[in-house]
Design a protein around this ligand. Structure first.
Ligand code: NAD
Ligand code: ZN
Length: 351
């Protein structure tokens, strides 16, 4: 098999040839047909999150083992399966639910594998889709993509699910007041498309890059504001209008965006933080109760939520994210392009 392997944090991924994978029991072997390149892969390649104040959270200290084949937005076709995996259609493409847990803890037993404290996330803890083969532990993680193209279905596994789950946390506000989406890269453009599918008003978006703002307007945003403008908060509030800002989804998660969201949100409003660009909280504590703001984190989504999202996608309600496909062996160049802000929507590797 061919793969792109991360052998050292802070270094490029490198192309390797390895023996073909084998499967037993309930395991399923896939021929990867597409895999989206997420900004989280940049954090993994770097090996840490920026915690602000000069502090870092090191993935090595948290038990992430190298070498690792990244890639948590995989689509593939079944090549082989263990004797307990059951009958699987070998002519279909499946998108993989990558946020797999230990299966034993109370979170996993309650259907929140994405909150497992001993996670086995694809492309983070077990080898993922930057390869032409990968294996998953159980067929329950496979979802038929129907007539979607593999490169359109692949980003649903992270970009789609993460924004679906974040939007669900503010679903009660979506039809009453335009949600404010901060950062319209791979996640943000997907979120703009999903708001409509979830019965929401056209969202207001914020980004630093005029190209991304233009793409968001094309995808259905009602206004696109430059986050670097001195009066960005006032512009966001004006664009939302009469109800005040009831909900913000921060898909950047930097000090500047957290501050913008906090200053823009109305009393009693909700802020969901998703992005992992990093830093520390920029809010004064007394203002949290005074504004009665709810500040929530959101991390990917559950298997049940993925099923809901796939149902919406099969009904044709999830607009396709702009995607471009690239050869597997260009993975490191594509990661660099994403880091430099040159990707609109998602870049997808097609082995
Ligand atoms: P991306 O690189 O495709 O998009 C990021 C966007 O944010 C770009 O359009 C960029 O111009 C914009 N941006 C950057 N700094 C900004 C700022 N200060 N103000 C306004 N806009 C700014 O990234 P992505 O794949 O969409 O991922 C976004 C973030 O979400 C990453 O940190 C990623 O790791 C994280 N993420 C979190 C989860 C989760 O479950 N919490 C899941 C997936 C990704
Ligand atoms: Zn991701």
């Amino acid at each position: 098999m061919k793969c792109q392997s991360l052998n050292e944090f802070g270094k490029a991924v490198v192309g390797e040839e390895r023996p073909d994978l084998t499967v037993t029991g309930t395991e399923v072997l896939l021929r990867v047909t597409a895999n989206g390149v997420c900004h989280s892969d940049l954090h993994i390649r770097e090996g840490c999150y920026n915690l602000g104040g000069g502090q870092k959270l090191s993935f090595a200290d948290r038990g992430m083992k190298l070498p690792l084949v990244m890639g948590h937005e995989p689509v593939g076709m079944v090549l082989d399966a263990g004797d307990k995996a059951g009958e699987l259609d070998r002519n279909k493409h499946f998108v993989v639910y990558p946020w797999q847990g230990c299966g034993e803890c109370h979170q996993c037993k309650d259907g929140r594998e994405n909150y497992c404290s001993a996670p086995r996330y694809v492309g983070m803890h077990i080898d993922g889709g930057y390869a032409d083969q990968m294996k998953i532990p159980h067929p329950k993680y496979l979802f038929d993509i129907g007539d979607m193209a593999p490169e359109i279905a692949a980003p649903l596994a992270c970009s789609g699910l993460t924004t679906y789950s974040a939007l669900k946390k503010v679903q009660d506000t979506l039809a009453k007041s335009p949600v404010v989406i901060i950062g319209v890269g791979g996640l943000g453009l997907m979120a703009v498309g999903l708001v409509k599918a979830m019965g929401g008003l056209p969202p207001v978006v914020v980004d630093l890059d005029p190209v991304k703002r233009e793409a968001a307007l094309k995808a259905g945003a009602s206004a696109a504001i430059d986050g670097a403008a001195e009066d960005a908060v006032a512009q966001v509030q004006a664009a939302v209008g009469g109800t005040g800002v009831q909900a913000t989804i921060d898909l950047v998660g930097a000090e500047s965006t957290a501050s913008l969201a906090f200053n823009a949100v109305a009393k009693g409003g909700k802020m969901v933080i998703v992005g992992l660009f990093g830093g520390s909280t920029p809010w004064a504590l007394p203002l949290i109760p005074v504004k009665a703001v709810t500040i929530m984190g959101s991390y990917v989504g559950s298997l049940v939520e993925f099923g809901e999202l796939m149902d919406l996608a099969h009904k044709g309600l999830v607009p396709a994210l702009p995607t471009k496909t690239y050869a597997l062996d260009t993975a490191n160049d594509i990661l660099n392009e994403l880091e430099d802000g040159n990707v609109v929507g998602r870049a997808v590797l097609t082995p």
